[in-house]
Design a protein around this ligand. Structure first.
Ligand SMILES: Nc1ncnc2c1ncn2[C@@H]1O[C@H](COP(=O)(O)OP(=O)(O)OP(=O)(O)O)[C@@H](O)[C@H]1O
Length: 254
């Protein structure tokens, strides 16, 4: 089932158009990867999906984005939308507090949990993000004492603790070594049983390893991004319909 349905989306930063006529359906409990050269609007489009662009200011959109069949702009309150559509960034950004408090941060904001509920939620989120065994004996230690890969898994745990349906990931492994990258990729595959994941990546191997569907963006001569091709990952990589997709995935440009 499609969780997001995007029709004729145009996006402008001030007067400058950054995305034009994006039409895409993003499937539930699947991993969708956005690929394409630098500046083609992948991160901008990712931020459309939880209205993070609202926080930038001066961003306007036209067209429709449905989330769960309802209009993302008119039918959702932004904070509640961002709880349901969580986000993990390129550079791990734990808060300067303990491992426990990082994960408990979101649930505590909602104030409807007891202390023991919070402890259970922290444990569950750390288990889901494959970090529990690494940190269960040092939950009170600073999150800054973790390695980069562990910090990124902590950020994933922090996102999961608020009970999202979707996790948006903006180049989540680009600051990590190959072993930490492989762990995050394994984690993404295990998380899709329960969550819908949308990931921006520059790494073609990563897109082909983890994603079910892939969307390829390009930028036109006015530096405006557009969607070239979208579909099942295997089909798109093995049998691209558009010559530009073929050139990009075979490394001829970008
Ligand atoms: N806050 C902003 N204000 C104005 N323009 C912006 C802003 N953020 C991005 N842009 C512009 O929008 C276009 C798309 O940028 P975006 O970061 O979405 O591309 P991207 O495909 O994710 O690039 P990369 O792969 O390098 O991260 C670029 O031309 C960029 O300069």
């Amino acid at each position: 089932m499609s969780l997001f349905e995007v029709e004729h989306l145009d996006l402008f930063y001030g007067q400058t158009q950054a995305l034009k006529d994006v039409n895409i359906k993003i499937e539930e409990q699947a991993i969708t990867a956005f690929i394409g050269p630098s500046g083609c609007g992948k991160s901008t489009f990712l931020r459309v999906l939880n209205r993070m662009n609202d926080l930038i200011g001066n961003v306007t959109t036209t067209g429709t984005v449905l989330f769960g069949g309802k209009n993302l702009i008119t039918d959702y309150e932004p904070m509640e939308l961002r709880r349901r559509v969580g986000m993990v960034f390129q550079k791990p950004n734990p808060f300067p507090m303990s491992i426990f408090d990082n994960v408990a941060y979101g649930p505590r904001l909602f104030k409807r949990y007891t202390k023991s509920d919070i402890a259970d939620l922290v444990e569950d989120s750390l288990k889901k993000s494959a970090l529990w065994d690494d940190v269960k004996d040092r939950l009170g230690k600073s999150a800054m004492s973790l390695s980069g890969g562990q910090q990124q898994r902590l950020c994933i745990a922090r996102t999961l603790a608020t009970g999202p349906e979707v996790v948006l990931m903006d180049e989540p492994t680009s600051a990590l070594d190959p072993i930490s990258t492989a762990r995050i990729e394994d984690l993404m595959i295990s998380l899709k049983k329960q969550y819908t994941i949308v990931v921006v990546t520059h790494n073609m191997q990563q897109a082909s390893r983890v994603s079910d569907d892939v969307a390829f963006f390009l930028v036109d001569k006015n530096r405006c991004g557009f969607l070239v091709e979208y579909g099942n990952t295997q089909e798109l990589f093995l049998n691209p319909k558009d010559k530009r997709t073929e050139d990009y995935i075979s490394g001829k440009f970008g």
